[in-house]
Design a protein around this ligand. Sequence first.
Ligand code: ARG
Length: 459
Amino acid sequence: MKKLWEGRFKKETNKLLEKFNASILFDCRMYAEDINGSIIHSRMLAKQNIISVEEQKEIETGLLKIKEEIQNENFEFKIEDEDIHMAVEKRLTELIGPVAGKLHTARSRNDQVALDIRMYTRNKAHYITELLISLEKTLINLAEKNIDIIIPGYTHLQRAQPILFSHHLMAYFQMFRRDITRLSDYLERSDEMPLGAGALAGTTFNIDRHYVAQELGFSAVTQNSLDSVSDRDFIIELSSAISIISMHLSRFSEEIIIWCTSEFNFLKLDDAFSTGSSIMPQKKNPDIPELIRGKTGRIYGNLMGILTTMKALPLAYNKDMQEDKEGIFDSIDNIEISLEIFNEMLATITINDGEILKSMKYGFLNATDVADYLAKKGIPFRNAHKIVGEIVSSCEDKKIAIDDMTLEDFKNFSPVFESDITEIIKTENCVNERKSFGGTSKDNVLMQIKNGNDFLNSL
Ligand code: ARG
């Protein structure tokens, strides 16, 4: 088969090289970006009198036809065509003849691919943002609906202090809020249009890069042609933002897995979002959160991959950079489906509030409140801590909770205890007295929900 570069070559390309070199089987997914970029490039060439208006029309009609062929799956992606850019150009030549050869005026595949991948990742980042917003809405709905449910809060996975279930959910709201803003930072920084850099040094043609940028929805053009074709920071940034989203989803998944165990029994997943076992009839497995947790590995791997590929590459374009695509595509695909399914799974969970309530009795969740009580009566906190440590130890010996103690029992540990201690150690009180800004009191959590809604409305 004839190559676009046949002029310089005396021999046909080796078959293995053809296979090794080709990116078409994965970069074909950028066909729409490639064609849209080419259409605008051709319009710019006509506007600048580099090609004629008639030639541009022919080129544009041909490109639109190719887009349609690809959309209707009437287009065969062939290894010999190497990549999506060459495949489109070759087909254009078949459709409109030699005038197709004018499209590549003042352009190189180096700036063309830089443009395509920038546009592709930009669109995907917008979609991932939408998915995060919809997950945020699910979190707010769940937090509102279950505003009175109290769960044990943990540190070291040991029972610590009671918190509102909604407070726990809203902690994840904050993480995903940062993820949304991280994506928008990335979008802002990558909002520069690279086409017009040519192979590396710019072009001798009188092109209008600002026009191309504007037509393709970029607010600026890249400033240095070498950087334009060498930069893959935006892929690294997106890959990193996706890795952080994945890490957040994985932590949440881990908690859901734990909460669904018989040992915890805080949550039940909907049957539609659980799997069974081929041998154990009783099993209901949390495959979704497990798989999401598992996918974090490959997503981090993709980030390490692109960082390592880019390390030590001399300017400007090197073929190594073709390795930028599969990793980011994989991260995008996996975070998309993870966010979609996680959201649906979360929206359909059942909270075993009865079980949670029963379990609140154990673990001395109100011990800090007893210590705070003593400290408020003037006992230095360190002494108060010691006294309550002794209370806990004695309760443990007697196999009772602090709540089971009489006032007399309390007074044996310190004379400052009064009858109001019974009220102080009630779970609701422990939660609602934590009124410090950002704490778990119901009023605070309602304010977090309000602020959360404001944030979503501001987007
Ligand atoms: N398929 C190539 C890539 O993905 C396109 C750019 C090729 N440029 C070149 N000079 N070989 O990076």
